[in-house]
Write a protein that binds this ligand. Structure first.
Ligand SMILES: C[S@@+](CC[C@H](N)C(=O)[O-])C[C@H]1O[C@@H](n2cnc3c(N)ncnc32)[C@H](O)[C@@H]1O
Length: 247
């Protein structure tokens, strides 16, 4: 996969893209990530990329021309062929399903806004989709772009040491993941659940599924409502309900 990021703050990305799984993924060739300085696409000698808002009001607005030139330069001749994504709090909410969808693409272009946001015509002229990472306001699109990059790149083939972990983690099957434990088996008077020490794989699978259901029911009941429950899930949920009623 190839990812282009257009930003007014290229230095923001240096350290996070260089370490851990993202760094390794680039070194292994699973992904190429290029950071482009929007100021290189400005049309004046002062490399200005923002201007005062028409109609007045606080803050500056990112000019349309540098962003459009950046995208058109990156795409080369021809039609828009890959997702050109504007990070904005007004976009579709980014989630694991969207990460999976983007991980199937060969190429992504991510545009980071700043200041009050970008001139509306950029959306109309070159943007194919808009993504938000949540209902809060960041100072710029750079942290949002990093969130998208991180969650997409870890889904690319060969990037994670143990790809099986992708199948069980939260949201993969519509549930939050079960609780994890490691050594020691006793710690500050707290024990690891007996079943996890039993070596009985079928029992462990059942326990994990049940705890994933319990956790999702407690913390994100709306996720459960969106699921088509299997027979086993219904049984386990009845057990959980009965246990809750005993307490
Ligand atoms: C200060 S924000 C602008 C917010 C804008 N005035 C509004 O009210 O919608 C500056 C930039 O940060 C980025 N940004 C802020 N919050 C975001 C979020 N939740 N998700 C994605 N990008 C965000 C966008 O690129 C945005 O253009």
């Amino acid at each position: 996969m190839h990812i282009d990021v257009v930003t007014t703050f290229p230095e923001f990305f240096a350290s996070p893209l260089d370490c851990s799984i993202l760094g390794r993924a680039q070194r292994s060739g699973a992904v190429t990530i290029l950071i482009h300085d929007l100021r290189n696409y400005a049309t004046d000698k002062h490399r200005v990329v923002d201007d005062y808002p028409y109609g007045g009001g606080a803050g500056m607005v990112m000019k349309p021309e540098p962003l459009a030139r950046a995208v058109e330069d990156l795409l080369g001749e021809g039609e828009l062929e890959c997702p050109v994504i504007l990070l904005t709090p007004q976009g579709q909410q980014f989630d694991q399903a969207k990460a999976r969808e983007l991980a199937r693409q060969d190429r992504l272009i991510l545009l980071c806004g700043h200041y009050e946001g970008v001139d509306e015509r950029v959306r109309q002229a070159v943007v194919t989709e808009e993504l938000s990472i949540g209902d809060y306001i960041l100072t710029g699109g750079e942290p949002a772009a990093l969130v998208v990059i991180d969650s997409v790149v870890r889904l690319l083939p060969g990037v994670l040491g143990n790809p099986a972990s992708i199948d069980s983690e939260s949201f993969a099957n519509g549930l939050l993941e079960y609780p994890h434990y490691t050594r020691p088996a006793q710690w500050r008077g707290l024990s690891v659940p007996e079943v996890l020490l039993s070596g009985h794989h079928a029992e462990i699978r059942r326990w994990r599924y049940k705890e994933a259901l319990r956790r999702t029911r407690e913390r994100r009941p709306e996720l459960l409502e969106q699921l088509e429950l299997t027979e086993q899930a219904r049984e386990l949920l009845s057990e959980i309900e009965a246990e809750d009623n005993q307490d």
